[in-house]
Design a protein around this ligand. Structure first.
Ligand code: 8X3
Length: 258
């Protein structure tokens, strides 16, 4: 950066990416690194982060976004390692596909913790640095489950509707601080862990989610869109990007060729 360029107006390209141990988070770290970003990769599973760091040159930091002390330690670490201009909240997920009649308290609480409270805690911790930077970006990964409820989706729908709501509030609150807030809203994405985690680790049940779908999205498809959105000139805000496979014309219309 030229010496006379104020830090607050310079392109910076320092990102923090959560959910980095697998799936869309890991693919996003790979994509951003390939485009020259500095990345702090965050997830609970340290060994996976170490492998990703060795592969990509990202800086690993093991933390649980739902734990206040972890988030505070992460914020201090980032502040001491070059700061950030872009926060990418990918940590999240679904547990269970029960109807309301048999809803499981623990599953619902976990989904609210990681999708809603985890996003809030990360945003709250990093807003001071993003405001100080002057051209901050926050990207939250929600889901098409935030657009329409479906049977067996109640807990996940509620968590993702909630995460969508806080993303909207944040955009309104932070515009005056020149922080753009992007929401990426994926539909069916075939990853190693999403359906497996949701369905109690049952690989056959997880495979059925994608059965007969010619080309579900993969993590790299979403990572491409994430990196495009955060790489645009800062005055352009893609507020809300819905990304689905062609075979999924809507939540309720998924073409399976069986
Ligand atoms: C995942 C999309 O269709 O399983 O976030 O709710 S869906």
């Amino acid at each position: 950066m030229p010496e006379n360029t104020p830090a607050s107006t310079a392109p910076f390209k320092h990102a923090v990416v959560t959910g980095a141990s697998s799936g869309i988070g890991a693919a996003t770290v790979r994509k951003l690194r390939s485009e020259g970003w500095s990345v702090v990769a965050v997830a609970r599973r340290a060994e996976r982060l170490e492998a990703l760091a060795a592969e990509t040159g990202a800086v690993p930091f093991a933390a649980d976004v739902t734990i206040d002390d972890d988030v505070a330690a992460l914020a201090a670490f980032v502040a001491g390692n070059g700061g950030l201009d872009t926060l990418i909240n990918i940590a999240g997920g679904a547990r269970g596909a029960d109807p309301m009649a048999t809803a499981n308290n623990d599953d619902w609480e976990w989904m609210f913790q990681v999708n809603v409270l985890g996003t809030m805690k990360m945003v709250r911790a990093f807003l001071p640095a993003l405001r100080a930077h002057g051209h901050g970006t926050i990207l939250n990964l929600t889901s098409s489950a935030a657009l329409a409820p479906y049977e067996g989706g109640g807990g996940y729908n509620a968590a993702k509707f909630g995460q969508k709501a806080i993303t909207g509030a944040l955009r309104l609150e932070e515009a005056e601080h020149n922080i753009r807030v992007i929401e990426v809203v994926p539909g069916l994405v075939q990853t190693d862990e999403f359906a497996l985690n949701r369905l109690g680790g049952d690989p056959a049940a997880a495979a059925k989610v994608y059965e007969g779908v010619a080309e579900p999205l993969v993590a790299e498809d979403v990572a491409d869109v994430v990196s495009y959105a955060v790489g645009l000139p800062h005055h352009i805000n893609l507020d809300e990007i819905v990304i689905r496979p062609v075979a999924q014309a809507a939540n309720h219309k998924l073409i399976r060729r069986l």
